[in-house]
Design a protein around this ligand. Structure first.
Ligand SMILES: NC(=O)c1ccc[n+]([C@@H]2O[C@H](COP(=O)([O-])OP(=O)(O)OC[C@H]3O[C@@H](n4cnc5c(N)ncnc54)[C@H](O)[C@@H]3O)[C@@H](O)[C@H]2O)c1
Length: 347
């Protein structure tokens, strides 16, 4: 049975789930934004203020120091093994809360309520939990499944547009990988309207697609690698943006990564140049132009350090066609440099 529940009535769904879980104390983990914007929506009298745990917002707080604070709070409040942790927030909160719960007293139950589009589409599925450590993203973590994930569109109302775009890039990726109606609908949407029923159906389709992939290959040995599409170039872009301290989100990097990797697919796999042109223009129209300039040389060098490589060059998931991904393609330096030249502001 699917762990992911979609609802337009988050309070009713949560009450039903809490009854089913038969938990002892209930704790809610949030960051300072979701405690302000999202907690009031839950408004549940089973939860008392001493059971609320708030961490500062932002990726740099997805840390061991924050986890220690969470464990201390659970311990001081006398949390038992039957306690339940509700993680209410974006991927930072759900990743870190899942990790904290998976270790506390050798594992307590947790429920994820993702409140960003990225967390709903991507972080909600697959059981990956973790924190950043020693300057490395998601260096420490576990595979641990929540009791359930509740996806409620109402939370997206307060989400800034830049954050919406970040999640939308992953939806676009899922559309290209799964093909058909999903992608056509995405490419015809001119703006992201989170109250549009059609958009919410696409969110659901996107989550279901990721669930199917993850179920087939939970430990990322084969099929799950298709989800890396757009991410080899994307991660390199993200790390350069981070170094430049530019305001450039994960989803922005993935969107531009999709452009370059789709072009590689044109070069190597015979992917349609027309569709590539359409997707490229769609991304350029929707996503903010990045402010930093890029050297293809530097991007390439970053890609060589990608952990998916196995000493044979740079590894990509590419597309033969929409809905036809192929994993483990090693591309030559020359091919990669040609593909990078289609990105704006590269030399
Ligand atoms: N586990 C996985 O499979 C997986 C997959 C993808 C990403 N991730 C992780 O997810 C994290 C990124 O997730 P994210 O983009 O959701 O970041 P995030 O959790 O940092 O949230 C982004 C910002 O939005 C704010 N916010 C969240 N919900 C809001 C709401 N409803 N209204 C207003 N503001 C809100 C947050 O406070 C934060 O400032 C990264 O740490 C990444 O590693 C995990």
């Amino acid at each position: 049975m699917s762990l992911v529940l979609f609802t337009s009535d988050i309070r009713a769904e949560l009450i039903r789930l809490l009854e089913k879980c038969e938990a002892g104390q209930i704790f809610i983990l949030m960051d300072e934004n979701t405690s302000h914007d999202c907690l009031p929506v839950l408004n549940n009298d089973k939860i008392t203020p001493e059971h609320l745990i708030v961490v500062p917002a932002g990726e740099n707080h997805k840390s061991l120091a924050s986890v220690e604070m969470i464990w201390r709070r659970l311990s001081e409040q006398g949390a038992r093994r039957d306690a339940l942790l509700i993680n209410l927030g974006g991927g930072m909160v759900t990743d870190m809360g899942g990790f904290a719960a998976s270790c506390f007293k050798r594992g307590i139950k947790f429920i994820n309520i993702p409140t960003t589009l990225l967390a709903q589409i991507d972080a909600s599925v697959g059981g990956k939990t973790g924190i950043d450590f020693n300057g490395l993203k998601n260096e420490i973590g576990t595979f641990s499944l929540p009791e359930a994930v509740i996806i409620a569109p109402c939370f997206l109302k307060t989400l800034p547009r830049r954050q919406l775009l970040s999640g939308f890039a992953e939806m676009l990726k899922h559309g290209l990988l799964s093909g058909g109606r999903h992608l056509r609908k995405l490419l015809t949407s001119r703006e992201i309207d989170t109250s549009d029923r059609e958009f919410l159906c696409l969110v659901e389709e996107s989550v279901n697609f990721k669930e199917r992939v993850v179920k087939t290959d939970p430990t990322e040995r084969g099929l799950r690698k298709i989800l890396n599409f757009g991410h080899t170039v994307g991660h390199a872009l993200e790390s350069i943006a981070m170094r430049e301290q530019a305001e450039f989100y994960h989803g922005d990097a993935v969107a531009y990564g999709i452009i370059a990797e789709l072009y590689l697919s044109v070069l190597k796999m015979g992917f349609s140049r027309d569709i590539y042109n359409r997707v490229r223009q769609f991304i350029l129209d929707l996503y903010p132009e990045y402010t930093f300039s890029l050297s293809s040389e530097l991007l390439y060098e970053r890609m060589l350090h990608d952990k998916k490589n196995q000493g044979k060059g740079v590894n990509f998931t590419l597309l033969e066609d929409i809905g036809k991904p192929v994993i483990d393609n090693y591309c030559s330096r020359e091919e990669i440099m040609t593909a990078l030249s289609v990105l704006p502001k590269t030399d």
